[in-house]
Ligand binder design. Structure first.
Ligand code: KIV
Length: 261
């Protein structure tokens, strides 16, 4: 899938996006028919075991983007720009986005409105497609005081609506809306002509994204209200590992079947 194909899906077909961080899961995601993959900086939490995404580096994002691209056949790969890789200056944003594109991503994602708008304009002008991200933007967790719903108050909701239009004007090809009230997500979705991708933003967005390990039930340390686990892979993994341990200890594995003669 290309960026224009993704963009043209608005109002035609719901867009489905999941995160991936390596080649193995990228192949599984593609085999399930999912055509857009976000190399999210959520890897800081679900892969690296950190409390938040703030310490994820450009080197790590480039590495994981390469792994995903290695496993990808035709899905659109969007790479997150990590904290402080685009906030400092437009130049820094250009250099760092360029590294993710050179690692094989087709597009990058940046969080926020306001000051980020001129980064989006510059990157788009340089031929780098940009996905915006508004609402509960995890890189601003300290400003929000936690992972809480944003945009419940009229003033903040108005700011998000204005930011969404500004990001579209600046050239963003799509917008992630995270942890905002359903009605606000619906208003933003109606107000912009680019697809909105919701995560905790209700059913009216043009598509949905979830963190892969959340939807597979692999990561259960912090499960927000908006997560629906479609599988229970952590429970399955625990069961398999316990059985392996038990069978080795009881000398039931390996048997003749698993042995060479
Ligand atoms: O980092 C991430 O995985 C994300 C999604 C939750 C949208 O930004």
């Amino acid at each position: 899938m290309t960026v224009p194909e993704f963009q043209q899906q608005k109002k035609k077909k719901k867009l489905v996006v999941v995160t991936a961080y390596d080649a193995l899961f990228t192949r599984i995601v593609e085999q399930a028919g999912i055509e857009a993959i976000l190399v999210g900086d959520s890897l800081g939490v679900v892969v690296q075991g950190k409390r938040d995404t703030l310490s994820v580096t450009m080197e790590e994002m480039v590495y994981h983007t390469r792994l995903v691209v290695q496993g990808r056949q035709r899905a659109l790969v969007i790479a997150d720009m990590p904290f402080m890789s685009y906030q400092i200056s437009v130049e820094r944003a250009m250099q760092n986005a360029g590294r993710l594109i050179q690692a094989g991503a087709a597009a990058v994602k940046v969080e926020g409105g306001g000051d980020v708008v001129n980064r989006v304009r510059a990157l788009t002008a340089a031929g780098i497609p940009v996905m915006g991200h508004l609402g509960m933007t995890p890189q601003s967790v300290n400003q929000f005081g936690g992972y809480t719903v944003q945009g419940r108050e009229a003033a903040q909701a108005e700011t998000f609506l204005t930011d969404a239009k500004a990001l579209e004007q600046a050239g963003a090809f799509s917008l992630v809306l995270e942890a905002v009230p359903t009605a606000l997500a619906q208003s933003i979705t109606q107000a912009v002509s680019i697809p909105t991708i919701g995560i905790g933003a209700g059913p009216h967005c043009d598509g949905q994204v979830l963190v892969l390990y959340d939807l597979l039930g692999l990561f259960d340390e912090f499960v927000p209200k908006f997560v629906k686990p479609y599988a229970h892979l952590k429970a399955d993994a625990l069961q398999a590992l316990r059985r392996f341990k038990e069978e080795v200890e009881r000398r039931k594995f390996p048997t003749d079947v698993e042995s060479y003669h």
